[in-house]
Design a protein around this ligand. Structure first.
Ligand SMILES: Nc1ncnc2c1ncn2[C@@H]1O[C@H](COP(=O)(O)OP(=O)(O)OP(=O)(O)O)[C@@H](O)[C@H]1O
Ligand SMILES: [Mg+2]
Length: 219
């Protein structure tokens, strides 16, 4: 369960203070698929980053299974970001000079996983997404849809319980957007909690609960 209590996030630039999240409260049970829509600047990305341990709130708390993530020692916060949450972005951020399997294995290596089974684990995740025959391709040798699946395999390689997706379909054509939504649905059926930020009504409809953010509050 994710619980957000009286969350306030203010950004200060010089003398200007922007309140991106304004006393926001939210509960997301494990295994739920929530979509978040709302106008540009309403705080969607800020909320997602706050849920993922990337944005320290100005006030309020973010609890994961009743543990206040920002009150934990730095080491525990890092573990939370690496092992509990997985981010999906509009841009794939693949490393251009690494192969598909190396891109997917990167989080394992950065995580200090010394099992020596990196390639095997990465290959299994790529196979599950239909890319078993593209392990040694570099990003530029893959189609956009394949690059998207490599990025998704990389997100999934540490087996996160929560997937936080910020406009993941924003740069995809409609066919690939549908494919990505189907993939998120499958992951949700397999027990993953999903929070999906999107501008698209059709994409938002994939969520079992649809939230609307306005000026840092849930409407
Ligand atoms: N690092 C920052 N420094 C200063 N202000 C920021 C920062 N990040 C976000 N903001 C401000 O906080 C508000 C919320 O931003 P956020 O990125 O969460 O909006 P959003 O709903 O994701 O918008 P979009 O749909 O355009 O992506 C905006 O007014 C923005 O200008
Ligand atoms: Mg945003």
């Amino acid at each position: 369960m994710i619980r957000v209590e009286h969350l306030i996030k203010e950004f200060t630039l010089g003398s200007q203070v922007v309140r991106a999240l304004d006393d926001l409260n939210l509960e997301i049970p494990n295994g739920e698929f929530v979509s978040v829509a709302g106008p540009s600047g309403s705080g969607k990305s800020t909320l997602l980053m706050a849920l993922g341990g990337l944005v320290r709130p100005t006030a309020g708390r973010v609890l994961y299974d009743e543990v206040d993530i920002y009150a934990q020692p730095t080491r525990r916060q890092t573990e939370f970001r690496k092992n509990i949450v997985g981010f999906v972005f509009q841009q794939f951020h693949l490393v251009p000079y690494l192969t598909a399997w190396e891109n997917v294995a990167l989080p394992l290596m950065l995580n200090g996983n010394h099992s020596g089974r990196h390639k095997e684990i990465a290959a299994r995740h790529l196979e599950q997404l239909g890319l078993g025959s593209r392990l040694n391709h570099k990003p530029f040798q893959l189609s956009v849809g394949q690059q998207q699946r490599v990025a998704m395999a990389r997100t999934l390689v540490n087996d996160p319980a929560i997937i936080l997706a910020d406009e993941p379909t924003g740069s995809l054509d409609p066919g690939l957007a549908t494919e990505l939504v189907r993939l998120l649905n499958d992951l949700n059926k397999n027990g993953k909690t999903i929070v999906l930020v999107t501008h698209s009504k059709e994409v938002a409809a994939a969520g079992s609960r649809q939230l609307m953010l306005e000026e840092g509050k849930i409407r």
